[in-house]
Design a protein around this ligand. Structure first.
Ligand code: ADP
Ligand code: MG
Length: 726
């Protein structure tokens, strides 16, 4: 039996089952073996129904039957009753004075019952047990592995993620069957033994046995650690390979003098923060070395001034000459920069900022979005930009006359060709990867430098994993004079006070955002109709009940770009006082006069996300306020939210999220492409660093991985593009 064998060749599976298995991603023997339990349940406290004695506090697992209600014959009090059966015996259950219970549960249901054994010998019953419905029963503790393990310590049974038609129980039994049939015999461990030894991780066969049928908790844990390491290791190998490919390609050298740069930066209406200065230095170092294309991630809170870093480094590029061509032919023009933003609004905003930064220089700037093209300066009025045709702009980009092109995704269409694209800047585009960079470079043999900017604070371990091919620079300092946001947690019944405060701010001439509760949806990056409805309804309610004297407008993802642009424009011009929006719309839009933000349903967000949302109001010189509104009465929720008021920056909050929220809720495991176990692994910096070190080492020392480590190469290939950030 080989891991690549179809499961159906060894296990009887009907068509419906097969389809269900496919949904879980299980087609081969290997797939099933690697389908790990989501968790374990300890059944050491579980008794078998047949062995119960009077007076015992019992926990049993079984199937319900014969549910009904009746009146006690003497007292006429209502009694709900039924039976529980677990394979060893069947026992009566009685609930006194709770007749509705019989209606809440149905015959055939699997349950966990906890209650006291009462009655008399031969007529025992379980009295008033608590009921917990289950998707399936734990493995029959009377057969297979737990038989004969008395004294082995814990009794754990695995619980797998199920799908319609495939129970946890079926998965467990099938895995055991495969073990019996010798599925482990032909298994080869992809991870080299030295690595496993070094980190004291179990070899594959042991790990599989331990993970699927552990005899003690520590075995299961050791096995899970190994699989977590393995998952992160493959990702790191992939990232190391990407890095090696980038290193091998030729790039542009960009040399600048400090005086040249100062001439540009001293015109800024502010002094650069030390963090901005440092980031610019690191980028220029990569440019100057020119040995291989830079791949850098610039992480900085909203308002930390990433645009100035982008502009300064773009300036260095746009004032540099292209390299000598063939036969030492001198090339004219300058190196080029492409700056890509996720939305039209942001692309336009960057275009305007760049005009501010560059207007005194003979450097043209182009803007390309889905709704048209612009160029600065205009021929007729050199202080202003002008609309131009796409064909004209593309011609100028192609012949190198426009050194800086800003835009949305329209930038990477086939029709856009650069003469000497040396630098690509990406704003808030997590999904921009190596392939897109190559696409942009097109016929050009040289690979452009890449700067990816993000305000999404993610924990270091996650960054090291999903951005493993990038160097990371933190912009962890806010410009001087920024007033930190005053954050208040608003509990049930406290909204009047909040509205009074916001009203006084509006009276003083400020504006406000109201972020509507997120209604959970399958893909958190996309908006659904429910969210749109909640935004519209909340805008109406606020106008009607709370802020009658002010202009309130909704903004949501289901609006057209033109509609959104119009609303944003009017908000920026203060023709709108309150913008009522969903959380996914236009992060990063700059309206300095908007200094209040109300976030409804705050408990539904991660702290890092809340932090990012409130970053929208840290723009001006007025004191900004954030109100995190929660209907939750739980202390835990409020404690978690309180961290917002004390944390120094987004990264601290991201770490907080990682430790205190279920990993599955974080950053959408699906989006990052990590499994639940992989997300679990992200909590462990040592493990991530170990996987990274070993992956780097193996890729560097074995450039031809396919030959030296075919199993690893195969696993990495199977990772596909999931984590490719595109
Ligand atoms: P983000 O990092 O969110 O992209 P921006 O680049 O949009 O931030 O900068 C936010 C605001 O801060 C802009 O108005 C910008 O002009 C201003 N700014 C940037 N750097 C500094 C600085 N060092 N001192 C003061 N203000 C700054
Ligand atoms: Mg920005």
């Amino acid at each position: 039996m080989q891991p690549i064998d179809q499961l159906t060749n060894h296990v009887r599976v009907d068509a419906a089952h097969q389809k269900a298995l496919k949904r879980l991603g299980i087609e081969t023997i290997g797939d099933l073996l690697y389908y790990l339990p989501a968790r374990y349940e300890d059944i050491s406290e579980v008794q078998s129904v047949g062995g119960l004695e009077k007076g015992q506090e019992a926990v049993v697992y079984g199937q319900l039957s014969g549910l009904k209600t009746r009146k006690a014959w003497k007292s006429r009090k209502p009694i709900a009753e039924g039976y529980v059966e677990d394979g060893s015996a069947k026992m009566k259950i009685m609930w006194f004075n709770q007749p509705y219970l019989a209606k809440m549960y149905t015959d055939g249901m699997y349950v966990k019952l906890a209650g006291k054994v009462a009655g008399s010998e031969g007529k025992l019953y379980l009295s008033n047990p608590e009921v917990e419905p289950l998707d399936s029963l734990p493995i029959d503790r009377h057969d297979s592995i737990f038989a004969g393990t008395e004294g082995a310590g814990d009794t754990l049974y695995p619980v797998y993620r199920e799908t319609k038609g495939i129970t946890s129980r079926w998965l467990y039994h099938t895995v055991l069957k495969l073990f019996e049939k010798g599925a482990l015999e032909d298994l080869r461990d992809p991870i080299p033994e030295e690595i496993l030894k070094k980190y004291k991780l179990p070899v594959l066969k042991t790990a599989l046995v331990w993970v699927h049928s552990p005899k003690k908790a520590s075995d299961a844990e050791a096995a899970r650690k190994r699989f977590a390491f393995e998952e992160v290791f493959y990702i790191q190998v992939q990232k190391a390979q990407e890095r090696a490919a980038v290193s091998a390609a030729e790039t542009y050298t960009v040399k600048t003098s400090p005086e040249h740069l100062t001439a540009f930066t001293e015109r800024f209406p502010f002094a650069l923060t030390a963090a901005q200065d440092e980031s610019i230095k690191s980028i220029l170092q990569d440019f100057a070395a020119g040995t291989h294309a830079m791949s850098r991630l610039l992480e900085g809170d909203v308002g930390s001034g990433k645009t100035a870093v982008a502009a300064t480094t773009a300036y260095a590029v746009a004032t540099s000459r292209p390299p000598e061509g063939l036969n030492k032919k001198i090339e004219f023009g300058a190196l080029q920069v492409a700056y890509m933003a996720p939305t039209e609004i942001l692309a336009k905003q960057h275009f305007e900022s760049f005009i501010e930064y560059f207007h005194h220089l003979p450097i043209s700037i182009g803007l390309i979005t889905g709704s048209g093209c612009m160029k600065f300066p205009s021929k007729t009025d050199p202080t202003k930009p002008t609309k131009i045709s796409k064909a004209q702009l593309l011609k100028w980009v192609q012949n190198g006359e426009v050194p800086i092109l800003i835009g949305t995704h329209a930038l990477i269409y086939k029709s856009v060709e650069f003469k000497h694209l040396a630098y690509v800047i990406i704003d808030e585009q997590h999904r921009f990867g190596t392939n897109q960079r190559k696409k942009l470079a097109k016929k050009d043999a040289r690979l452009p430098h890449l700067l990816s900017m993000t305000a999404t604070p993610i924990p270091r371990t996650l960054a090291l994993t999903i951005y493993g091919d990038l160097d990371i620079t933190l912009l962890d300092q806010m410009p001087a004079g920024r007033k930190p946001v005053k954050t208040t947690i608003v509990g049930p019944g406290q909204s009047e006070e909040m509205y009074d405060h916001v009203r006084s701010e509006l009276e003083a001439g400020r504006q406000a955002y109201v972020i509507c509760p997120r209604i959970d949806e399958p893909d958190p990056t996309k908006e659904n109709a429910l969210n749109m409805k909640s935004v519209i309804a909340e805008a109406k309610r606020l106008k009607h009940d709370v802020f009658q004297d002010y202009v309130i407008e909704p903004l949501h993802g289901k609006m057209t770009t033109a509609e959104k642009d119009d609303v944003m424009k009017r908000f920026a011009e203060h023709k709108i006082d309150i913008l009522c929006a969903t959380s996914v719309v236009e992060v990063g839009v700059n309206v300095p006069n908007a200094t209040n933000i109300i976030i409804e349903g705050a408990e539904r967000f991660g702290l890092a996300q809340l932090h990012q949302l409130r970053g929208r109001v840290v723009r001006g010189t007025h004191q900004p306020y954030c109100f995190a509104v929660t209907e939750s009465k739980s202390d835990k929720t409020r404690d978690r939210l309180k961290a917002l008021a004390t944390a120094k920056n987004g990264f601290e909050l991201a770490e907080h999220d990682l430790q205190f929220r279920g990993s599955g809720e974080l950053y959408g495991g699906k989006q990052s492409g990590l499994s639940d176990l992989g997300m679990e692994a992200i909590r462990n910096l040592k493990l991530v660093e170990a996987a990274r070190t070993e992956a780097k080492h193996i890729v560097e020392s074995h450039p031809d991985l396919t030959k030296s480590f075919p199993l690893i190469a195969e696993k990495v290939a199977r990772l596909g593009e999931v984590l490719h950030m595109e």
